[in-house]
Design a protein around this ligand. Structure first.
Ligand code: PLP
Length: 255
């Protein structure tokens, strides 16, 4: 069976946002728009739209493990993307699976939705820092997430760099600047790179973090290096946000 399956595929391990703006559906659309086949492992089912999250139901860890094993049994996947992991049990499982299958994981440390709703348990930061950061290939926090993970209060580019350097001891990191001045700060192999971008005055932001990290994963699968992948994905996001749809980025925008 394996022999017939092409290797330009990826896997997202994330939550389901049935409104299609964020989570697995945003990831799958992003993978497809980059020509990458998407497989989707559900961690949690949410009831939400761009304005509110009404329910969250995490799945049994044994079911999530079965989803991952059943996909990786057949698909030759190397780069994966993770999104809403929600609890310490799911963090523990995903960290273990990354090692077991020697995966390269682009990790979006999802904690809070753009609507302000909480998408993680209280002890998330502690377990994420302990178990996920060093297992990841690249983490993609926004400034709020990077502040919580690094305990550096980010208020400008200097403090973004300080947080990036602190977190980069165990992984590569790109901190997105969409909630600050628009510039992203990448720390790759211990070196800081500024990826310039302009702020866009828009409401099409629900799912931007998911879309960005899935785009980077796609570019890495296409054999671009980390710096090029982040730059290309930054440009992709600019177009996706400018041409967004119903408060979300449009993954199938015109270039
Ligand atoms: N994952 C899921 C399932 C979500 O519902 C959300 C936000 O609502 C996110 C991730 C985070 O979204 P964003 O990409 O806007 O950070």
């Amino acid at each position: 069976m394996l022999k017939e399956i092409k290797n330009n595929c990826s896997m997202t391990i994330a939550g389901l946002d049935p409104s299609g703006g964020a989570g697995l559906l945003a990831d799958a659309k992003t993978f497809h728009s980059h020509g990458i086949y998407a497989t989707c492992v559900v961690t949690c089912i949410t009831a939400q739209n761009p304005f509110e999250v009404n329910s969250i139901k995490p799945l049994d860890v044994s079911l999530i493990e079965d989803e991952i094993d059943t996909i990786l049994d057949v698909y030759p996947i190397r780069y994966i993307k993770t999104g809403m992991l929600y609890s310490r049990e799911i963090i523990g499982l995903v960290a273990r699976k990354i090692s077991e299958y020697q995966l390269k994981a682009v990790v979006d440390p999802v904690m809070v939705a753009e609507s302000g709703a909480n998408l993680s348990n209280d002890d998330f930061v502690k377990y994420f820092n302990k178990h996920m950061v060093k297992k990841s290939f690249l983490i993609t926090p926004n400034i709020h997430e990077a502040s919580l993970l690094s305990e550096v209060e980010i208020c400008d580019e200097d403090t973004m760099i300080e947080a990036a350097l602190k977190l980069s001891c165990d992984t590569n990191i790109v901190i997105t600047g969409g909630h600050l001045n628009g510039n992203d700060i990448l720390c790759c192999d211990g070196e800081i790179h500024k990826i310039e971008g302009k702020l866009i005055n828009t409401k099409n932001t629900h799912g931007t973090g998911c879309t960005y990290s899935a785009s980077i994963t796609s570019n890495l699968i296409k054999k671009h290096d980390i710096i090029t992948s982040c730059k290309k994905s930054r440009q992709y996001m600019t177009n996706a946000i400018k041409q967004g749809y119903n408060y979300t980025p449009n993954q199938f925008h015109k270039k």
